[in-house]
Design a protein around this ligand. Structure first.
Ligand code: G4F
Length: 330
């Protein structure tokens, strides 16, 4: 029997990392994840995998490491000898990046450089996925954006992602490394962090409907985003590394909705009208918002036969239902 492929995931305890780990385990991979010493694994999104005896330390392995610690990362690469590396880790909150630009750049930009340098030194061929973002387009000059749209980031996070994305391209072109950038638009799920707007709304709708809260405080509700489901998007990551040649791909639905649309759909699930509960607070406004961010999935559809499977309505429904289920019965 052929030996299982080995995947190494940075950010395995995050939303995308957890879905990706499930996908790869289902495909028979040996999955190795880098976790920070401070990660609370007990409450993490991979706890269901970690507590499964037939999986943990059989097919799923965790290694303590930190993106700032190149020596340890190098040691993990030497131990694991990964066939595929999925680099997903890093501070990912755009609003927060205005407050902590330096550490955001360290984690997002410099850590990607550190990993690419380690890849360059590996004795065996490996494939590297870099989680780029629609935020590289920022004040985009065209809509929808494609793989050839100019990068014009509008916040520190977008700048750091643009640096990492371009560096990934340089390592692909200069050293012939198999490196792919997935330029992902917003992707959500019940596993989304609570300070992102979709999870915040889904949670509030559920809790208000059960009488546990009585308001939802938001920033700019006219902002529009191209929202897909994280489970669909990790499939796109995997497909990129299976293709015969490395490339960059926009991963998006091609459709936008406003924050207000999301809020109305979420409150409709619990049969409430949001207006009574909505408050706005300038504290949640960003110093700058990107232009209309909507991606064209044409290239990935044509080349990798990837299509989003989950509709906006299904996504909202799943997120609100998960929040309702998480509330202990009275
Ligand atoms: O949910 P958000 O914080 O996501 P954002 O800024 O679009 O970034 C996410 O998607 C990017 C593209 O994939 C990723 F690169 C990035 O890492 C992250 O995953 O905000 C969405 C929109 C924004 O326009 C924001 O101004 O919602 C608006 N918004 C309105 N009220 C709010 C709120 N955002 C948050 N987080 N909290 C609010 O109360």
């Amino acid at each position: 029997m052929a030996e299982a492929k080995r995947a190494l995931i940075t950010g395995i305890t995050g939303q995308d990392g957890s879905y990706l780990a499930e996908l790869l385990l289902g495909k028979g991979y040996a999955v190795h994840g880098v976790v920070r010493r401070t990660s609370n694994l007990l409450r993490s999104r991979i706890e269901h995998l970690r507590s499964e005896e037939s999986i943990y330390n059989q097919q799923l392995f965790l290694h303590y490491g930190d993106l700032s610690d190149g020596t340890t990362l190098r040691r993990i690469f030497a131990q694991v000898q990964p066939d595929e590396v999925y680099h997903l880790a890093g501070q990912s909150h755009v609003g927060l990046s205005f407050e902590i630009p330096e550490s955001t750049s360290e984690e997002v930009a410099m850590a990607t450089l550190r990993l690419l340098e380690i890849c360059r030194d590996q004795g065996h061929a490996l494939r590297f996925y870099h989680a780029s973002s629609s935020e590289v387009f920022g004040a985009a000059t065209e809509s929808p954006q494609t793989e050839t749209t100019a990068m014009r980031p509008a916040n520190p996070y977008g700048c750091a992602k643009a640096f990492a994305t371009q560096l990934a391209q340089v390592y692909r072109n200069a050293y012939g490394l198999f490196v792919c950038n997935g330029i992902l638009y917003n992707h959500e799920s019940p596993r989304r962090g609570e300070n992102f707007v979709t999870r915040k709304i889904a949670r509030a709708a559920a809790r208000i409907s059960r009488g546990l809260e009585n308001e939802l405080v938001l920033g700019n509700i006219s902002a529009r985003r191209d929202w897909g489901h994280a489970r669909d998007y990790v499939e796109a990551m995997w497909l990129m590394l299976q293709h015969s040649k490395p490339d960059d791909y926009v991963v998006a639905t091609g459709v936008t909705h406003s924050v207000r649309d999301f809020m109305e759909a979420a409150f409709a699930v619990v049969e409430l009208s949001p207006e009574k509960y909505l408050k706005t607070d300038p504290a949640f406004h960003r110093p700058a918002e990107p232009a209309k961010l909507v991606g064209s999935p044409v290239k990935i559809e044509r080349t990798l036969s990837w299509k989003p499977q989950t509709t906006f309505e299904e996504l909202v429904h799943e997120m609100v239902q998960a929040e309702l289920a998480a509330i202990a019965p009275a």
